[in-house]
Design a binder for this molecule. Structure first.
Ligand code: GLP
Length: 233
């Protein structure tokens, strides 16, 4: 894993932007995108750039089950606001959280990923080491699946809702196996609250207890951290 330590989120946005720019120059056609607060500064840089995404495809990691695409806390909406309004792609895919038929929604999404192999996958990191919504204990070979969110994840995401009761209890997420198929992976983490998960991801054993630790088995991973997130390395 290539680890790059930056001074703050703004510098992280610039460093992340350069990884995207290089991937595009090297012919990337399918970008795997993520939500959460961490990618926001990268999206700001991408949105303000002269990069052209109009011939590219994006595939997002996850979506809450039960939220329509126009719900302000849905990941569809997030992507629209933070990137797609400024930079439309030829095709943008996000799991369909409005489809309550989990078998259908997840197999359709696996088909989309199979038809659009991901060149560069962007990831944030959960405080408990999750990637996408792959919580501790997830099978490393998993494909897209329905996930029951842990209390830790519900609490962490409650800040985006009026209260914790409104946070959906389930999500559809690409699996760890789907993520590891990406040709290149960029994972970003900021802040002291992520420091233990960062150390476990990079220096700990490869274990289902820390889903991000499986990234150690991938040949092309870049990690961007601020000093607080890197403080336990
Ligand atoms: C959510 C998302 C993850 C994200 C994580 C961390 O659980 N499903 O993809 O990485 O939150 O979010 P943040 O970047 O806001 O810390």
């Amino acid at each position: 894993m290539k680890v790059q330590i930056v001074s703050d989120k703004q510098a992280g946005g610039q460093a992340g932007f350069r990884v995207f720019e290089d991937a595009l120059q090297n012919g990337a056609k399918v970008l795997g995108l993520a939500t959460g607060s961490t990618p926001v500064t990268i999206y700001e840089q991408l949105a303000a750039s002269d990069l052209d995404f109009s011939q590219l495809t994006s595939v997002n990691l996850d979506e809450y089950v039960g939220l329509n695409a126009d719900h302000p806390q849905s990941y569809h909406y997030f992507m629209q606001e933070h990137l797609f309004n400024a930079k439309p792609f030829a095709h943008s895919y996000v799991p369909d959280g409005a489809d309550l038929d989990a078998a259908k929604a997840t197999s359709e999404y696996d088909q989309i990923i199979a038809e659009n192999p991901i060149d560069l996958q962007l990831l944030g990191l959960g405080k408990n080491g999750h990637i996408g919504f792959n919580e501790p204990g997830t099978d490393p070979d998993s494909t897209t699946h329905k996930v029951m969110l842990t209390d830790s994840t519900i609490d962490a995401n409650a800040r985006f809702f009026d209260n914790a009761d409104e946070v959906p209890r389930y999500a559809y997420s690409m699996g760890i196996g789907s993520i590891l198929k990406a040709k290149q992976i960029l994972i970003v983490a900021y802040g002291e609250a992520k420091a233990a998960a960062v150390a476990a991801m990079i220096q700990g054993p490869v274990t289902p207890d820390v889903p991000a630790s499986y990234l150690q088995t991938h040949p092309n991973v870049t990690v961007i951290l601020d000093e607080a997130a890197a403080s336990q390395l």
